[in-house]
Design a protein around this ligand. Structure first.
Ligand code: GLN
Length: 544
């Protein structure tokens, strides 16, 4: 007989941005040795998925192998739990309502008034139960987005409250992440915000079994007792969520306070944490963040530089390289919108930089600045990594300055009113007639064939790889012969299709680009090869 599925529900209180996704992922990491863990994220917004949202508002759009555009927390889940997540594991109120309205039109509720309770809460529960069942999950982690008290998350809270009776109290537990501030002018940690946010949960009929308090100093005995007493939890179940240099320290910190044991006590599913693989890697990152063996300065030239969350997976991929190359990567953000005035500024901006990343992007804001940056690093032999849009711009730069096509541009620029262009980057044929925006790009994992004898072949050490994509445009096949004749090498092609997937420039220490997003499949134990070799080249450049 299959064991009864177990559930852990993770909520957040007091503030947003406390790291609920990473806390959930860390819990998953700690329990994943013997258990099949399935993370579900419940978002309160009415978009079907975050695919059409601006990353400045919502952080990076993470792309799954199955093509799902999902919340950035799925990046943490995949990196920490070592699983391949699925699009349907990201619930949104948009999806829930869409499904309910479709059922209503079909007549599934005939004769009934369709209501928040029970219809919306039933729909939420059935999504969660069905996923747990289909995946044969031993443990389903249900992370509820937002902060308790937000109107948007109330229906999810009501659904998980009902679940407690349905699945049995021994099969579900509640973990609440809160904030324990030390107000300026005081030396004391304060529990009141936690008490108040637990009260909000209590009003919804929920009681946390574990409270994780985000803090700048380990929670002492006194504050743990106080929280235990006012919030009805065991004192051992009040855990410090101390600020860290590297997020990969978090599971280790939780474990120091016996988190997995406390979960086991309640749910009876002990799966002793496996910390051995990460231990030396985390130690290496920590060491290099305090006493770096070497510091490598990487500039990221993007549009959403105001919010680091927009590039969360890129930052993580760089951390993965730090662990393996025994160095510290210092990233600087270059806002190319202000840069379109001349190379003087450019030289200043890139003065101490040993590597440049031009990440994925859309539209033309800052584009000429990026093209100038790419020209500069190409000519000055500074390592360069172009990701998706970044690779497309490297091709535009090469077409303009080496192939002599002055009007070379992205087809995408026409949507922003630029005319008279030569589209060296053009629509993917399948995209020409697409008019709807949601989930219509070329999305998800595709196989790539790597040409033998190229730098890409050396880097990937494989003739076929699989990577994730999110794009509408490609290198225009009409211009490939000319670009190749002038020296660019297209070293990766889509399996079975004529789409350029990897670009490189021979004779340069490192000038590579991928139409895919290498950052999405990088992990602490297995850094993305395009990043690893890029950072290695940057470290060699800094030593030369
Ligand atoms: N805007 C480009 C395209 O759609 C690049 C997308 C990206 O960088 N993810 O092809």
């Amino acid at each position: 007989m299959q064991k009864e599925p177990k559930y852990i529900v993770i909520t957040g209180g007091v503030l947003s941005g406390l790291g609920k996704g990473i806390a959930s992922a860390s819990i998953g990491f700690l329990l994943s040795r013997n258990l099949k863990i399935v993370p579900i994220k419940c978002d309160g917004y009415l978009n079907t998925d975050p695919g059409t949202m601006n990353p400045i508002e919502h952080g990076e759009v993470f792309v799954l192998d199955d093509g799902g555009e999902v919340d950035m927390d799925f990046g943490h889940y995949e990196r920490f739990i070592n699983i391949r997540c699925k699009a349907e594991w990201n619930l949104t109120m948009g999806k829930i309502f869409q499904s309910i309205l479709e059922k209503e039109r079909t007549g599934d509720y005939l004769g009934k008034t369709v209501q928040y309770i029970p219809h919306v809460t039933d729909e939420i529960k059935s999504w969660i139960y069905n996923i747990a069942k289909r995946e044969k999950a031993d443990l389903t982690l249900v992370e509820i987005g937002g902060t308790v008290g937000d109107l948007e998350s109330d229906l999810y809270l009501e659904a998980v409250r009902q679940m407690r009776t349905e699945v049995g109290r021994n099969n579900i537990m509640f973990i609440h992440l809160t904030y324990i501030p030390i107000p300026s002018g005081s030396k004391e940690q304060k529990s009141k915000p936690t008490q108040q946010s637990v009260k909000i949960l209590n009003e919804r009929g929920l009681e946390p079994d574990i409270i994780i308090g985000r803090c700048s100093r380990l929670l002492d005995d006194k504050i743990k007792s106080k929280i235990a007493m006012f919030c009805n939890v065991e004192k051992e179940a009040v855990i410090s969520g101390i600020d860290v240099k590297s997020v990969y320290e978090i599971p280790f910190n939780f474990e120091k306070e016996r988190l997995s044991e406390i979960i086991h006590k309640k749910l009876q599913l002990y799966s002793p944490p496996d910390l051995d693989l990460w231990n030396p890697l985390v130690a290496n990152i920590k060491k290099n963040h305090t006493r770096p063996e070497q510091q490598v300065n990487i500039a990221i030239c993007g549009k959403y530089t105001a919010l680091e969350d927009s590039y969360a997976s890129i930052i993580e991929a760089l951390h993965h390289c730090e662990a393996h190359l025994d160095l510290q990567v210092k990233t600087s953000w270059v806002e190319t919108t202000d840069m379109e005035k001349g190379s003087v500024i450019l030289e200043k901006v890139l003065k101490n930089v040993q590597g440049v990343i031009v990440p994925g992007g859309f539209g033309i804001r800052g584009i000429e600045g990026k093209i100038q940056v790419i020209r500069f690093v190409r000519e000055n032999m500074i390592p360069f990594l172009g990701i998706c849009y970044g690779m497309q711009l490297a091709v535009v730069e090469y077409a303009r300055h080496i192939c002599g096509i002055k009007e070379a541009h992205l087809r995408e620029a026409e949507a922003d009113g630029i005319t008279g262009i030569v589209p060296v980057i053009d629509f993917l044929p399948t995209q020409r007639k697409v008019t709807k925006k949601g989930a219509t790009m070329r999305l998800g994992g595709y196989d790539i064939l790597i040409t033998a004898g190229t730098k890409a072949h050396e880097i990937f050490a494989d003739k076929q790889i699989r990577r994730r994509f999110r794009h509408r445009y490609e290198v225009n096949p009409e211009y490939v012969p000319l670009l190749e004749e002038k020296g660019l090498i297209f070293s990766g092609k889509a399996a079975g299709e004529d789409i350029v997937q990897v670009m490189e420039l021979p004779g340069h220490p490192y000038f590579l680009g991928g139409q895919f997003h290498p950052e999405l499949t990088s992990s602490l134990s297995n850094p993305a090869p395009l990043f690893y070799h890029f950072v290695k080249a940057a470290s060699e450049y800094s030593q030369s």
